[in-house]
Design a protein around this ligand. Sequence first.
Ligand SMILES: Cc1cc2nc3c(=O)[nH]c(=O)nc-3n(C[C@H](O)[C@H](O)[C@H](O)COP(=O)(O)OP(=O)(O)OC[C@H]3O[C@@H](n4cnc5c(N)ncnc54)[C@H](O)[C@@H]3O)c2cc1C
Length: 641
Amino acid sequence: MAKLMGGSAGFHVQGAHMQASRPPSLSFRTCAQLEISRFCTIPRFMGVKAVNASQQHMRHRFSSIRASALPCMQDDTTRYFDFVVIGSGVAGLRYALEVSKHGSVAIITKAEPHESNTNYAQGGVSAVLCPKDSVESHMQDTIVAGAHLCDEETVRIVCTEGPERVKELIAMGASFDHGEDGRLHLAREGGHSHNRIVHSADMTGKEIERALLQAVENDENISVFGHHFAIDLLTCQNNGEIFCYGVDSLDTKAQKVVRFISKVTLLASGGAGHIYPTTTNPPVATGDGIAMCHRAQAVISNMEFVQFHPTALSDEGLPIKPAKIRDNAFLVTEAVRGDGGILYNQSMERFMPLYDDRAELAPRDVVARSIDDQLKKRGGKYVLLDISHKPREKILAHFPNIAAECLRHGLDITQQPIPVVPAAHYMCGGVRAGLQGETSVKGLYVAGEVACTGLHGANRLASNSLLEALVFAQRAVQPSIDHMVDADADPCLAEKWARPVLSVSIKDSALSDIIEKTKKTRMELQSIMWEYVGIVRSTNRLKNAEWKIGDLESEWEEFLFRRGWKPATVGIEACEMRNLFCCAKLVVKSALARRESRGLHFTEDFPYLEESKRKPTVIFPTAIQELTWSSKPLQRQLQCK
Ligand SMILES: Cc1cc2nc3c(=O)[nH]c(=O)nc-3n(C[C@H](O)[C@H](O)[C@H](O)COP(=O)(O)OP(=O)(O)OC[C@H]3O[C@@H](n4cnc5c(N)ncnc54)[C@H](O)[C@@H]3O)c2cc1C
């Protein structure tokens, strides 16, 4: 079973059991060291560049062929690259554009390349670009929003390097709004004490994605594999250290398994919003990267901190309902509150000042909980966000996308308030990363929403995630190049792992039963998560969730295997389902481990902050994996001797 450490327990590294279960490559600060620091510090993975004895051994073992020879060894089912990037959002694309100067790059992405959380980002990217603003102020806002669980070093790095990363984006062709003075227009959002949000109207993510995809298209060293679903990482274990050599993918258009062998793998697969029924995330956000890493025995952290955006458009409250249920809830950006939007309940009573002095400008967790409380107390299905008191031209200039979406459904936001509800929005936890995006698995780096760098702590400050993705995508570049130069790849490596198999041997009728059952199971899992692991939690409800999810998973697996499914069989619905199960269980376990309320994690049984619990939750891998299908990699991890 995966070893989970939460609260104070997570750092009692002296414990004999912890010593045994932690991969020896990880280096952790001791509890005492943590406590003398004002801000809680996420432990780092050390020695990324150092070549130790076991790596030397591996190099010898797998040596023979250099990077330049790899691209010519492609065939339909096995492809060799220096760098494999999983995900084509801001993190993956930005990284690919840098490492492509040093070797061949494959970007594999599960849908159309633009389909990503990035593409939906509205508000913008936060960066200190105004002389009146300061890095210290941005840091302070980040740390306060993160309920003092942020890693101060990470926060400093991101706030300091951020402005440069934004300027690079502009140099690459991203176009952001300018004010009448000709300077970048900097908006303000909840939790920020200065105007520092660089934006492109309310479609900032789309503009960033457009500019980066355009640059990727012009880069001869990058190959993009759309509709390739990453299934599991290919890993080897040597002397207790785990090494990554690429990933298996399912080409969902051609219906074939394609193995990517690489010297370096960057995981930039985004979030896990679809563990909940209502989410602002597009359908691709099923937590695949976190689940893959957990199965590959990487360290996972802070999964209890799921950000619910307080203001997703409530279809229930629209005069004209959408013709079909949306895959993802439409977001009404934070910037609407930043621009003076007021929240009312359905009796048109302003309620935010009752909960927090900052009223509508309070951080997201506070606003989401306040709305949740209003809905529970008053039995409503939505609350109202009103911006109609602002000049019409300004509303239309700042929020053209929201205005158009509402108008399509019979609502004029320049005249009427917008019906809104909270929706799952952002995963603050993820694969634990060091300051250069390194993970506990050698050759595997992470950037963007899939990573837990320590920036967000217990809650993400608005517009800090695009920034984090940009900064960490860049920081992972140099160690990746160093690793790539050091690594050699054996052409026979590709055949060392058994290959996943397609579901072709399963009868059509059984297969459609499986797909139907999986759809139903997915909805059941999502409703358990919403009901028992939502905005306000309790130990009892979390335990119930753990038990219900366990039962649901066993029932689903039994159903599949009774109909001819095998452990190595792959199909996109089932693969996503096992990833959703894996992530949901990580969230529940982490939430149960945190016996206090902090940031996004609020539990009725421990409703207060506790200084002694101001530590990240860490899920360490152990040698013995849980026996469920979702927690085991399809390919057995190799022992490299
Ligand atoms: C509606 C909305 C509005 C937002 N607004 C803002 C904002 O204003 N400012 C801000 O800073 N942040 C915002 N965010 C958050 C921000 O957009 C994301 O955190 C950020 O874009 C994540 O970038 P990423 O590159 O890590 O992941 P993503 O952009 O999500 O990209 C992930 C990529 O991985 C691919 N992928 C996933 N699984 C697999 C798999 N198994 N195999 C292959 N490919 C896979 C996906 O297809 C996708 O291409 C918003 C998010 C949403 C949903």
